[in-house]
Structures are given as C-alpha cells and as structure tokens.
Design a protein around this ligand. Structure first.
Ligand code: KMT
Ligand code: NI
Length: 172
C-alpha cells in the first residue's frame, strides 16, 4: 500500500498521478479509512468474523473477464460516489487505486496490491480505478446483503443521513 495526494493532472485515470506528497495510515484513519495487510485468507476470515461481515463475493476486473464492458465499468467505478454502508475490499491479485476525499476535499490516492485490505466508511466520497495493468482480483465483503448502490456526489446528498453521520464523525 502506498498513499499520496492525487496530482489532478490530465491523463488516463489508470496512470499513477502521484503528486509526490505522501499520506500516512494515521491520516487515512482520521478519515475513517482503515488499512490492513493480511497475508492469509484465515486472517481475512478472522477480521470478517470480528466485524460481523457475513457475506462476500469475488470480482475480476479486466478486459479478459469483462470483454467490451470493461472500459465502461472502469469509467463507472471512477465517478465520485458514496455508499450507505461500508465498502470493504481485499485484493487477491493485480492492483488498483481507491481515491478518497481528504479533510480539504482533495483526492488521496491509495494504491492497493495483493493482500491489501481497505475499509471505506459509509458516507465517504470515493472512486476506484484499475491501473495500467488493467487487472484486479478482489474479494468484496459485506456486513449483510450486498448494497451496491453508488450515490453520485451532489449538493442534495448533503442531507443524506449516512453522509451527515460521516461528516459529523470525521470532517467536523
Ligand atoms: C467499487 O465499489 O468501486 C468496486 O467494487 C471496484 C472494484 S473492486 C476493487
Ligand atoms: Ni464505491
């Protein structure tokens, strides 16, 4: 895992966009973003049991597995959104970038690779992309039933109770 401020320069979303300004795990924690490196699936199972994650599925995001839908999918993952539930991802292979909004509303890019696990709290604005390798294999964990619905950023979302909770807990 490596985290840094996104450079906001034009260019494909899958490029590193590393501004050279690094961000540490403590700063991520203050945003409610939790990082773990777990080298066995047993450790993932333990964490899932501790936190009460009951469901999971696996996804391979690549042109090989998704065909023509790949480019569309990657673009849709990259539109800024939030969820009303935690988003938990364990990377089993390949790489990807999760971008999360900082206290100053800047993008923090979190580069994940094999055995990295990231928890994004409900209500945080974020987006995802594969990198130049165009391949990520991830385990998606859920507390209960999978809640996929991405809610795209808008002024109206300020009134969403999950967004309000997030702002009160982490940004106030
Ligand atoms: C998401 O919510 O953006 C995703 O699930 C991306 C694919 S999993 C690494
Ligand atoms: Ni998401």
């Amino acid at each position: 895992m490596k985290a840094y401020l996104y450079d906001n320069l034009p260019g494909d979303q899958r490029l590193a966009h590393d501004s050279g300004r690094s961000v540490d795990v403590e700063t991520l924690k203050k945003l409610g973003v939790l990082y773990f490196h777990l080298d066995t699936i047993e450790k993932v199972n333990d964490l899932a049991a501790e936190r009460g994650y009951k469901n999971r599925d696996e996804i391979k995001v690549s042109p090989e597995t998704m065909g023509e839908a790949y480019e569309t999918k990657v673009k849709s993952f990259f539109s800024e959104h939030l969820h009303e539930d935690e988003e938990i991802r364990y990377i089993r292979g390949g790489q990807g970038y999760f971008d999360v909004r900082s206290h100053d509303d800047e993008w923090v890019r979190v580069q994940l690779e094999k055995d990295d696990l990231l928890i994004l709290p409900a209500g945080i604005y974020h987006r995802f992309t594969t990198d130049e390798s165009n391949y990520v294999h991830a385990l998606r964990l859920f507390k209960d039933e999978p809640k996929w619905t991405p809610l795209n950023r808008s002024g109206e979302l300020d009134a969403n109770p999950h967004r309000k909770d997030y702002v009160n807990s982490y940004l106030s």
